[in-house]
Design a protein around this ligand. Structure first.
Ligand SMILES: [Zn+2]
Length: 470
C-alpha cells in the first residue's frame, strides 16, 4: 500500500517569534524570552532521559574518570550561572565525554549533555570549551526542543517534530538506531536560527557570570573553522549560514556584560585533561562509529522506507512486542521485528523485505489526518477515498462497521485488491477514530491474503494496545 500525498500545512507561528525577538535598544542587554511551550517541564526531562539512554547505547562514552570529573565540574559551574528566570529545578544537568573525534557537543531536553572528545582536544582554552557548553546549556534552559515541537500544527507532528529534532531518537527502535547517522549528518538537534541566536546570547551571559570571557564562545567558532577544514562543520555551527555575523553578535553582547578582568582561560584541569585525551588511541568520527554498529549486527540505519527491497520471504510478525511511544500522546505495541519509518504525520511499520519505494506489502501504519469533516463517518470516508486514490488497485470490500479504539467510537473497514508488488491479493484493514482536536486518527494493517491470519492476529493485538492521550 502506498502513501497518500498530503498537502502540507505551513506553521506560521514561527514568524511571530522572530518578530518578537527583533533587536532591542542598542545599549541594553539583548532581551531573551522563554519561547512559547505547550509541553510540561517534566516532558523535557522524560524526553531527555529516553534519548540519553539511546545515545549512551550508540556512542562510546569515555570511561576516564579524571576527564569526566573535570567536565562535570566545568558544567556545574556554568549551570550555577543560569539566570534565575531560566532555571528549572526539575532539570538534571549532567555531562559526559563521547569518545569521538568530531568537534561537536549536544545537549538533550532536561539536561543530559555530551561533549565529544574532539572538541575538548580542539579548544584553545577552557573558555572556548565552556563556551560551547554554555551555548548548549542555554538550549536546554530555554527548552528549545519542546518549544520547537510546540510550533508544529498537528498533534502527531508535534511528537514527530520532537522526533525529528532529536533525530527520531525518542521514537525508539529503528529510528533510535538511526540516531548516529542523523547526528553524523548534522540533522541532530536542528534548531531555528533564532533559537541559535538566543542560545548564543544567553550562553555569553552565563559565561561572563561564571568568570569566563564570553568572547571565547565566538573564538571557538574560529577554532572550529580552522580545524574542520575540508570536513563538514558541526551542526551547531552550520545552522548559522553566516558565522561571522554570529561572531559579531556575541562580541557585541560581550561589551554589555560585566566580564572579569582576569577571565578563566588555561586551567590546570583543562591542560591535564587535554594531555590525557591526546595520549589515548585516536578516536573515530561519529559516522565511523555508526557504520561499525551497523556492520557488527546492530540495527541498521535505513535510508528510509523507499530504500528497502521487497523480497518473497517476509518474516512473520514476531510474537514479542515492543512499545512504540510518542511522548505521552500515543502508546502502541508493535511486533518487535517491524521497523518503523516516520513521515510528516504518519509512522509506518514493516518487517524486512516488506517495504520499499511502493510503500509496504506487510505491516501497518498510524497517522493523523487533518480534516474539516464534522463527524467520524465523513472523516473516515474522506480518508478512505484518499487511500483508494493513491492505491487504485484497492476496493472497499466491506461497509463501515462500528467498533472501538482505546474506548472511543471507531470505524473499521476492509479494502482489498491485487498488489502490484506481490501480485497477490492484498488486504488493508482500516481503523479510524476522532481526536479531541476533531482530526482523524487512523491505523491501517496491511498483508497479503495468504498470510492474513498471522497478520490479523498481530494487527488486532496492535489495535487493542493503543492508548491515546491527546
Ligand atoms: Zn545551538
Amino acid at each position: 500500500m502506498r502513501k497518500i500525498q498530503k498537502s502540507r500545512f505551513a506553521a506560521s507561528a514561527m514568524l511571530v517569534w522572530v518578530l518578537l525577538l527583533a533587536p532591542m535598544a542598542a545599549l541594553a542587554q539583548t532581551e531573551i524570552k522563554m519561547p512559547k511551550n505547550k509541553y510540561k517541564v517534566e516532558d523535557d526531562v522524560k524526553l531527555g532521559n529516553e534519548v540519553s539512554a539511546k545515545v549512551e547505547n550508540q556512542f562510546p562514552i569515555l570511561s576516564d574518570s579524571a576527564s569526566q570529573n573535570y567536565l562535570q565540574d566545568v558544567g556545574e559551574r556554568l549551570v550555577l550561572s543560569i539566570p534565575r528566570e531560566f532555571r528549572h529545578p526539575e532539570f538534571d544537568y549532567r555531562f559526559k565525554i563521547v569518545n569521538a573525534s568530531d568537534i561537536n557537543a549536544f545537549a538533550l531536553p532536561g539536561g543530559p549533555m555530551y561533549v565529544n572528545r574532539g572538541m575538548i582536544e580542539a579548544a584553545k582554552n577552557e573558555g572556548e570549551m565552556a563556551g560551547v557548553m554554555a551555548h548548549e546549556i542555554s538550549h536546554v534552559a530555554l527548552r528549545h526542543g519542546t518549544a520547537q515541537a510546540t510550533k508544529q500544527s498537528n498533534p502527531l507532528n508535534q511528537i514527530l517534530g520532537i522526533g525529528a529534532i532529536l533525530g527520531g531518537a525518542i521514537l525508539g527502535g529503528q529510528l533510535g538506531a538511526q540516531l548516529g547517522a542523523l547526528f553524523a549528518q548534522g540533522y541532530f538537534l536542528r534548531y531555528s536560527r533564532d533559537y541559535e541566536r538566543q542560545a548564543d546570547i544567553l550562553g555569553a551571559r552565563i559565561l561572563a557570570d561564571a568568570g569566563y570571557d564570553p568572547r571565547d564562545l565566538a573564538n571557538m567558532f574560529r577554532t572550529i573553522n580552522e580545524q574542520s577544514e575540508g570536513g563538514r562543520p558541526p551542526e551547531w555551527l552550520s545552522s548559522h549560514p553566516d558565522p561571522s555575523r554570529r561572531y559579531e553578535t556575541i562580541n557585541r553582547e560581550a561589551e554589555l556584560l560585566r566580564v572579569s578582568p582576569e577571565p578563566i582561560k588555561l586551567t590546570p584541569g583543562f591542560l591535564s585533561t587535554q594531555q590525557r585525551l591526546r595520549r589515548l588511541p585516536p578516536a573515530r568520527t561519529l559516522e565511523e562509529i555508526q557504520k561499525d554498529t551497523q556492520s557488527s549486527g546492530g540495527q541498521g540505519a535505513s535510508g528510509g522506507m523507499a530504500s528497502g527491497r521487497y523480497t518473497r520471504n517476509v518474516p512473520y510478525p514476531s510474537s514479542a512486542a515492543r512499545t512504540y511511544a510518542t511522548g505521552n500522546w500515543l502508546l502502541v505495541n508493535v511486533p518487535s521485528n517491524w521497523k518503523q519509518f516516520e513521515g510528516e504525520s504518519e509512522v509506518w511499520f514493516a518487517p524486512d523485505g516488506a517495504y520499499g519505494n511502493q510503500g509496504i506489502t506487510h505491516g501497518a501504519l498510524i497517522g493523523v489526518n487533518k480534516t474539516n469533516q464534522r463527524n467520524l463517518a465523513n472523516a473516515t470516508q474522506e480518508y478512505v477515498n484518499g487511500i483508494l486514490q493513491a492505491n487504485t488497485y484497492l476496493r472497499r470490500t466491506t461497509g463501515y462497521s462500528s467498533t472501538y479504539v482505546d474506548g472511543r467510537s471507531a470505524y473499521a473497514v476492509m479494502l482489498a485488491g491485487r498488489s502490484p508488488v506481490t501480485g497477490e491479493t492484498e488486504y488493508a484493514l482500516v481503523y479510524t477514530t476522532q481526536l479531541r482536536s476533531g482530526d482523524l486518527f487512523y491505523v491501517v494493517g496491511v498483508a497479503p491474503r495468504s498470510q492474513s491470519s498471522a497478520y490479523n492476529r498481530a494487527f488486532n493485538e496492535m489495535v487493542r494496545s493503543i492508548e491515546l492521550n491527546d
